[in-house]
Design a protein around this ligand. Structure first.
Ligand SMILES: Cc1cc2nc3c(=O)[nH]c(=O)nc-3n(C[C@H](O)[C@H](O)[C@H](O)COP(=O)(O)OP(=O)(O)OC[C@H]3O[C@@H](n4cnc5c(N)ncnc54)[C@H](O)[C@@H]3O)c2cc1C
Length: 376
C-alpha cells in the first residue's frame, strides 16, 4: 500500500462496500470493510435483471465473468383471459449472490471484518475515528455503504428517512428441478409478466442455481409480485416475522410468519393467472420487500461519504441498484486517485460525479413504478 494514498474505512460489506473496497485497493489505498453481519451474507439474495453495464462493471472491478442466465423472449400473460403473447427481446439475469461471489475474491479476506456494527464516529481535521462497541479504528476517510438505514446518513440528515411507496414486492425462488414439466416449459427461455387483477403485476425469470450453475435443469425460477398494501395495520401485519418481531422494511427468506404465507397463496389465487398461482404455491420460503424511496442532497461530508443504497434507494423496476453502487465505487476510487493529497476535495468531486446518476435513477424508478403499480 502506498503511504501517500489515504486509508479508508468502509461501513457495510454488501455489493456497494465490496466494490468500494476493491476499487480503492486497486489504486493502492489501504481499505478495511466493517460488516455488521457475523455470518456470510449468502443464502439471502434473489434475482437481478442484468444491465450490460453491470457485467462490464464486475469485469472492470474484479476481472470476473458474472454467472448469467438468459432468455430470448418477453411473454405477457393476460390476467383475465389467460392468453399470452411473446415478443423477441433478449435479456440476461443473475442473482445477488452470484454478484457477491464474483467480486468478493478480489478483496483481501484479512481486510474484511465480520460482526462489526458501527456504533459511532467522529471526524477531526486529519482523520475519522470509528467506534464498533468498545473497539476503535482510525482512517483517513470513511465510506458509508451501509444500505437504506445508513447510520452515517442519519447522523448528517436525521430527518431524511426512506418513504414507503404504497406497495410491496413479494419475492421467491423455486429450484428448476422442483418445477412440474409444464411449468418449466412455459417459463423457460422467457421473461414473463402478468398484470394482477386489481393492479400491480408479477414477473419471473430463471437465475443461476446452487453453486451458480446456469445449465438448464440446475437453475432457479425467480419471481416477484408487486402488490399494493396500505401503510399501517395491513403492512405491519405482513412485516411481523415468524419470531413475532415487527420488521420495518423486509422479511427475509425463512422468516415469513404462517398467516402472511397463507394470505399470499390465497391472494395469488384471487388475483394472478394460474401459472403464477402454481409457482407461488410451490415456493417454500417467500419473502417481502417494502418498496421505498430515498434520495439525499449531499453525498460528501468532509472526510465521510455515502455510497449505494445509503445515498439513493431506487425502485427495483430500474434493475439498477447494484450497477449504481458499483458505479459509485469506481467514481470514488477515481476521485481519490486524482486528489490523494486532499480527501475532502476528492469526496466533493465524487459527489459531483455521482449525485446526477443517483437522481436520474431515482426519477426513472418513480415513473416506472407510477406506470406499473396503482397505489391508493
Ligand atoms: C443480504 C442481501 C441480499 C440482497 N438481495 C438482493 C436481491 O436479491 N436483489 C436486489 O435487487 N437487491 C438485493 N439486495 C440489495 C442490493 O444489494 C442493493 O440494493 C444494492 O446492491 C446496493 O447495495 P449496498 O451495498 O449499497 O447496500 P446493501 O446491499 O443494503 O448493504 C448494506 C450492508 O451494510 C451492512 N450494515 C448496515 N448497517 C451497518 C452498521 N451499522 N455497521 C456495519 N455494517 C452495517 C448491512 O449488513 C449490509 O450488508 C440485497 C442486500 C443484502 C444485504
Amino acid at each position: 500500500m502506498s503511504e501517500t494514498l489515504p486509508s479508508a474505512a468502509i461501513i457495510g460489506g454488501s455489493i456497494g462496500g465490496l466494490a468500494a473496497g476493491i476499487c480503492l485497493h486497486q489504486i493502492g489505498c489501504r481499505a478495511d470493510i466493517y460488516e455488521r453481519s457475523a455470518r456470510d451474507l449468502s443464502g439471502r439474495g434473489a434475482g437481478i435483471v442484468v444491465q450490460p453495464q453491470l457485467s462490464r462493471l464486475v469485469r472492470g472491478i474484479a476481472g470476473q465473468h458474472l454467472p448469467l442466465t438468459s432468455c430470448m423472449t418477453r411473454r405477457q400473460i393476460d390476467a383475465v383471459t389467460g392468453s399470452h403473447s411473446d415478443v423477441v427481446m433478449p435479456q440476461q439475469f443473475t442473482s445477488w449472490e452470484a454478484i457477491v461471489q464474483a467480486i468478493k475474491g478480489a478483496f483481501p479476506a484479512e481486510c474484511y471484518h465480520r460482526g462489526k456494527t458501527l456504533t459511532g464516529f467522529e471526524q477531526s481535521e486529519g482523520s475519522v475515528t470509528l467506534e464498533f462497541g468498545d473497539e476503535r479504528s482510525v482512517a483517513d476517510l470513511a465510506v458509508f455503504a451501509d444500505g437504506s438505514g445508513s447510520y452515517g446518513r442519519r447522523r448528517f440528515d436525521p430527518d431524511l428517512t426512506p418513504e414507503y411507496a404504497g406497495y410491496i414486492a413479494w419475492r421467491g425462488t423455486v429450484a428448476e428441478a422442483d418445477l412440474p414439466n409444464d411449468l418449466q416449459a412455459f417459463f423457460h427461455d422467457r421473461f414473463t409478466f402478468t398484470a394482477a387483477k386489481d393492479g400491480g403485476h408479477a414477473l419471473c425469470y430463471f437465475i443461476p442455481g446452487d453453486e451458480w450453475r446456469t445449465a438448464i435443469g440446475s437453475r432457479r425460477l425467480n419471481w416477484v409480485w408487486y402488490e399494493t398494501v396500505e401503510a399501517g395495520a395491513d403492512l405491519n401485519h405482513l412485516l411481523m416475522d415468524r419470531d413475532g418481531v415487527q420488521q420495518k422494511r423486509s422479511i427475509t427468506a425463512g422468516m415469513l410468519a404462517d398467516l402472511p404465507k397463507t394470505y399470499l397463496v390465497q391472494r395469488a389465487q384471487d388475483k394472478l393467472d394460474p401459472w403464477f398461482q402454481q409457482l407461488i404455491e410451490l415456493t417454500e420460503d417467500p419473502f417481502i420487500q417494502a418498496i421505498e424511496d430515498l434520495a439525499v442532497g449531499t453525498m460528501a461530508h468532509n472526510r465521510v461519504c455515502l455510497l449505494g443504497d445509503a445515498a439513493f434507494v431506487v425502485r427495483p423496476h430500474t434493475a439498477g441498484a447494484t450497477a449504481k453502487a458499483s458505479g459509485d465505487a469506481m467514481a470514488l476510487a477515481d476521485a481519490i486517485g486524482r486528489r490523494p493529497d486532499n480527501v475532502s476535495e476528492a469526496l466533493r468531486a465524487y459527489e459531483a460525479a455521482r449525485l446526477p446518476a443517483g437522481r436520474s435513477m431515482s426519477h426513472l424508478g418513480l415513473s416506472l413504478g407510477k406506470n406499473s403499480v396503482k397505489t391508493r
